[in-house]
Design a protein around this ligand. Sequence first.
Ligand code: SF4
Length: 471
Amino acid sequence: MTPPPDNIIATETLGSTVPMKTVHVRSWGCQMNVYDSQRMVDLLAPLGYRPVDRADGADIVILNTCHIREKATEKLFSELGRLKETKQAKAASGGNMILAVAGCVAQAEGPVIMARARHVDIVVGPQSYHSLPELVARASRAKGEPILMTDFPVESKFDHLPEEASPRGVSAFLTIQEGCDKFCAFCVVPYTRGAEYSRPPGDILVEAARLALSGVRELTLLGQNVNAYHGGARDGTIWTLGQLIRAVAEIPGIDRIRYTTSHPNDMDDALIAAHAQVPALMPFLHLPVQSGSDRILARMNRKHSAADYLAVIERLRAARPDIALSSDFIVGFPGETEKDFQATLDLVVAVGFAQAYSFKYSPRPGTPASSAADAVPEAVKSERLARLQATILKGQMRFNQASVGQIVPVLLDRAGSRPGQLHGRSPHMQSVHVAAPVHLLGRIVSVRIEDGRALSLTGSLIQTEPGGMVT
Ligand code: SF4
């Protein structure tokens, strides 16, 4: 799953009679961590905790962690070092700050965190954060006695999550599936998030309808292996992702649907047909491939070849010719030769990705590849990463420049980087900047694209009908 920027959860909306206490949540890693962090805030709201965007002075601080790359764990420990002083400052002013570590590093390295950072009060895994209210109560009573909760409970945490305590804006994430059974040789997800679990479609539709009522127009359905979704309905039928997307598209107010992250082997006919037949399903797909070399794909245990991947792309483009594609790449996987790497570059050029993420291989504790003997030297990894990113950027530039002169529907989701400018997303997930009045935030407007750069587009609003430029 691809990481959005570091995320601070903070809103000022909770009117209630319970004495106001504050919670600061810092979220690293993927979109699912963002969703989980929002749900943690929802869980603490009924106890009177209001989210704030700074740790200083907060009553609870939660670090929601990612375990995908080596740096992520070190980042956690340096942050915990800083928060030790923040916690001491709170104690010095007669208060008590509860410090919690959640997410995938908590799941994978709970005892290590408790040993290395004794000022941490709670360590809770991704499958157990629904117990936060009880854990906070215990931590408040047992000052200084750390609590570790990293079970994989039988009951699903989703059954214990409350309604949203604060609006999510116009674009929201919704977890529908969690965990993974693929066991790619470099990946920690099957160990930190557990086996694949698909939420019942009825529960997902109820949550989606609530989000639509709160003003959400674009919904991104989340899963570590989202297109392996197989939700059990009350009538005993098993729903696939294609079926679920059709049902979500029926919800009034939901104009745009996206989903992430997928595996090439689970792009079934129903899902590809949905790309052709469901207008609300956006023509954009993030489909990680990791490498273009069959030898490396086999060593990664990806269970498909480069040709299999290209065949999926062909089926997608036959169904939705204007679909934009994104992917993930790892360079420097153990044993990768120059020939293997060249195969990756060739695949990038052959597909013509609209965007893609690329990383140097970093061994993750407990994964099969981490014990490989034939590691690629760091300098070679860096040199290959630079070449790959240059190739990807060229493709991104070409894709965005092809939009110049077109009129594109853009969902305006926040203020732009310049005064009087708003930011939005095209159906192809392109970042678009346009001069527009703030009252158009949350609306889908028509924009004529005037400039295309590697990472974004700029354009001007189009007056489509008298007084209305909004669709
Ligand atoms: S498909 Fe592979 S890379 Fe993706 S979450 Fe599963 S094990 Fe990890």
